[in-house]
Design a protein around this ligand. Structure first.
Ligand code: LLP
Length: 427
């Protein structure tokens, strides 16, 4: 049996499971993940960075289904989290608190307290006021927070502007010069101990040069701080490694690890890495059905039963995602399609003018590379319930999140007390 997503007799399969069968049994739209691919990606990442002995903190935001987190936790993963919700998810899936790093520019007091209570590895602090607040919260709890100052190295990651995070005009991190002052001043602050520097310059990075520049700047600052007498233990180089959606040429793991190695060399610091997309993008797809094919004078539309509320990446980032028919592609000339959803917005699209084998009503299609930043970014816009998530391993398939029912969606709301009795519901 071939592993992962592949074609057998022309038809798309995940391990030993035909996607046509998945659609029949679970309906569409649906997210399908391959546990085999998740595990493969983890092992590849681990192997390529083994000599650096990193704590690999999976960036939960890419895909935070409990079954996905648990897959990585079973292989020894830590977690990179950005909210109390993600903290709870990581802990519930079995990630040890001592392998959790907490990033984000707006941590609330309650979130800080929860993470201190859990005993996480480090808070990646992104501003002076945040450090002051963390100091106060930790003191009130009679404890000390381990802190990494998140440095904004002012390096252009050369990725989409909405996912670049390491330029001085981005809200993230503390500017290089200020970071040094902050780390030194922090020695007088009770309740916090500066143990690390962290950085994360962006996502879907396809060029290794910005990585090299950022890592070097952070490592140089760490060395300077050590000379200042700040006893740093670790460097955290974030995530961001790109994957191939179309024709990108992201650095391979070897080149990425070499960039990390170059900056770490001779420093004696420990290492944290926070990969997200690279571990999960490949491992998932969005399965959808063609509801209609509509022929206009200027355009030919394939209207799917999935929409921007399910997968927002194309419209939010102008992201090009691979789309394939699930059945053996029809022979003959490819035709350009606008592949769209049923949501009432012109921004509801998966692809424009995409050359596809001929499509027909009822066909199944797969949006590939959708394991990262797919389901996690879904909404219920247009009162469209959240699509189910399914995990395949070998010939087995399991629902790891059921399809939300319309009733469950409506039940999230309630009438105000003064509306009681006036509801027409049930009449
Ligand atoms: N660490 C930090 C502090 C981050 O902010 C992120 C992602 C990561 C790690 C993981 O980055 P990755 O390895 O996944 O690139 N929704 C966007 C991507 C947003 C990324 C946000 N931060 C998309 O669909 O492209």
């Amino acid at each position: 049996m071939s592993k992962g997503f592949h074609r057998r007799n022309g038809a798309l399969h995940c391990d030993g499971v035909a996607l046509a069968r998945v659609a029949r049994d679970f309906g569409t739209p649906a997210w399908v993940y391959s546990q085999t691919v998740l595990e493969q990606r983890w092992r590849l990442f681990e192997k390529a960075t083994a000599d650096l002995d990193p704590t690999i903190c999976y960036a939960l935001k890419a895909n935070s289904n409990q079954a996905v987190i648990a897959t990585f936790a079973a292989l020894g993963a830590g977690a990179d989290i950005v909210s109390a919700g993600e903290l709870a998810r990581a802990l519930a899936a079995g990630v040890p608190a001592k392998k959790i790093v907490f990033a984000g520019v707006g941590k609330s007091e309650a979130e800080m307290a929860m993470a201190l209570e859990a005993g996480i590895l480090q808070f990646n602090v992104e501003s002076a006021p945040e450090l002051a607040r963390l100091s106060a919260v930790a003191q009130a709890m009679n404890t000390t927070a381990s802190v990494a100052i998140r440095v904004n190295p002012d390096v252009d990651a050369k990725t989409h502007r909405k996912i670049t995070t390491g330029k001085s005009e981005n809200k993230f991190g503390v500017e290089l010069a200020q970071a040094r002052e902050l780390a030194i001043a922090a020695r007088r602050l009770k309740g916090v101990r500066i143990e690390a520097l962290s950085t994360h310059i962006g996502s879907q990075i396809t060029d290794v040069t910005p990585y090299r520049a950022a890592f070097r700047r952070v490592a140089d600052l760490a060395k300077a701080l050590r000379a200042d007498g700040v006893a740093l233990k670790r460097l955290d180089f974030g995530g961001g490694l790109g994957v191939v959606y179309r024709d990108e040429t992201p650095p391979d793991l070897k080149a990425y690890a070499a960039a990390v190695r170059a900056a770490m060399k001779g420093t004696g610091f420990g290492l944290v890495l926070e990969p997200g997309r690279w571990l999960v993008a490949d491992a998932g797809l969005l399965l959808a059905r063609v509801e209609y094919v509509k022929q206009g004078t200027a355009k030919r539309y394939a209207i799917l039963d999935a929409a921007m509320n399910d997968l927002i990446r194309p419209t939010l980032y102008e992201a090009w995602m691979p789309i394939e028919p699930v059945a053996k592609p029809r022979a003959g000339r490819k035709l350009p399609y606008d592949i769209v959803g049923p949501v009432c917005e012109s921004g509801d699209f998966f692809a424009h003018d995409r050359q596809m084998p001929k499509l027909a009503e009822g066909d199944l299609v797969a949006v590939r590379q959708a394991g990262a930043y797919g389901s996690v970014m879904s909404s219920t816009y247009n009162a469209r319930p959240l699509a189910p998530e399914l995990l395949v391993k070998g010939t087995k398939i399991a629902e790891i999140r059921g399809r939300q029912s319309v009733e469950a969606l409506i039940a999230l709301d309630q009438l105000a007390p003064w509306q009681a009795g006036k509801s027409r519901r049930g009449k």
